[in-house]
Design a protein around this ligand. Sequence first.
Ligand code: F6R
Length: 243
Amino acid sequence: MQILVVKDYDAMSQQASHLIAQEMKKNPCAVLGLATGSTPIGTYKELIRMYREEHLDFSRITTFNLDEYAGLDTSHPNSYSYYMRVEFFDHINIKKENTHIPDGKIKDLNMCCRYYDQSIEQAGGIDFQLLGIGPNGHIAFIEPDEALSVHTNIVTLTKETIAANSRFFSSPDEVPRQAISMGVGSILQARKIVLLANGVGKAQAIKNLLASDKVSTQIPASFLYLHPQATIIVDEAAYSLVL
Ligand code: F6R
């Protein structure tokens, strides 16, 4: 696993967007795996700038998001569908039909999970997967547990994740308790993976992750050690507890 320590959030976002743009220029039909949350907002902003000012072309790009809250309609301001439109898709020339996010409102969530992995496969697999990391070491909504699902599945959010994500809701009670999330196997099949981490709030998670090269289901991000092309871009604040 390659580790790039950069100065701050802006430098992390610059580096990540540069890598994504490079992938897109090499392969204009690339399949991108995308994350939500606070971490990738700067990366999306920079990609939007590149689209506007440098004609970075999204017209043949396909995307798959990592996860979605169960029970939230795509029009709900806290749904990841809404986030992706507002923070990214509405500002670039991507085709709506080429963007994929699990449907948290569908009746048969299990079917949605199976269909999601099949769709990724049919698209030829993910070329470049962007990830954030939770304070508890989760990636996507793969929470620390005794065992982790390989495929896209329905997950129950931990108290820690509900607390961390409650900042986007008016109260912790409003945070959905379940989500649909890509599994560890779905993520590890991506040809390239870049995990971003910034700020002191991620320092403990990064310390735990880098403390050893052991894979642990209690630190889901540690599974990236098994990937031949995984990179972590971490800012100085998130790296501050690593000796
Ligand atoms: C969201 C996702 C999550 C976040 C993680 C960090 O799609 O996959 O794993 O990346 O919870 O969230 P932020 O960036 O808000 O700190």
